[in-house]
Design a binder for this molecule. Structure first.
Ligand code: FMN
Length: 202
């Protein structure tokens, strides 16, 4: 059993999304004590954002152009990240909401692993993922409410992940949320308790 743990908060291990994802991890480890954990901290080790070299490299691999230098290292990084996903029996993603959606660090990771002709193919029926499905647990923290009647902001985070992850074949998604963290530590503690109950029932 291999668990890929992806985190992206600039607040590192103090972050709410990290701590929430750690609760999910604890539950998984209680069921699979010898599980191997692979961590990818996208804040501590940021990935490059897409540039012309990478965009060109993607096109180059598809039309057979010989690639060199930086383009090759872009693809090698992408292969490594896709390999980590392929090897994982389950994935935990910890993410805060930044400006209604995922932080740019997580978007950069997605730009490396959602790859035409590799993790998805374009067909007349649309984009079809090539990765085998596996459980993906997503721990989300947000300063305000992003779901339900109390939400006063749009949520492009959860709908986005619900669209992009199945595009590469990851369909078994479970979301766990701590919302309204700006309300202070007491509200955050209560939100954690509610998530514990959800995890117990999952
Ligand atoms: C750049 C930035 C943008 C943010 N945008 C939002 C937002 O759109 N909606 C929201 O509810 N909270 C927003 N927040 C607040 C964070 O989601 C909140 O503080 C969250 O608990 C942080 O989680 P973390 O501790 O895992 O980093 C933003 C925070 C930052 C730093």
């Amino acid at each position: 059993m291999k668990i890929l743990h992806i985190t992206c908060s600039p607040r590192g291990q103090q972050s709410v999304s990290y701590r929430l994802s750690q609760r999910v991890m604890d539950r998984l480890l209680s069921q699979h004590p010898s599980a191997q954990i692979v961590t990818r901290d996208l804040w501590a080790e940021p990935l490059p954002h897409v540039d012309g070299e990478y965009a060109g490299a993607l096109g180059g691999t598809r039309d057979g152009t010989k690639l060199a230098g930086r383009a090759m290292s872009w693809l090698a990084l992408s292969e490594r990240l896709i390999g980590e996903l392929r090897d994982a029996d389950c994935v935990i993603i910890a993410t805060p909401m930044h400006n209604f959606t995922v932080p740019s660090a997580l978007k950069a990771w997605l730009d490396h692993v959602v790859r035409i002709g590799v993790t998805f193919n374009v067909t007349p029926e649309g984009k079809i993922g090539t990765l085998a499905d596996r459980p993906v647990y997503i721990a989300v923290s947000s300063g305000g409410y992003r779901t339900g009647e109390r939400a006063r902001q749009p949520d492009f985070l959860e709908p986005y992940l619900r669209a992009i992850l199945p595009t590469i074949g990851l369909k078994s998604l479970s979301f766990f949320s701590v919302e309204s963290t700006v309300a202070g530590p007491e509200a955050t503690t209560a939100a954690f308790a509610a998530v514990e109950r959800e995890l117990d029932a999952a």
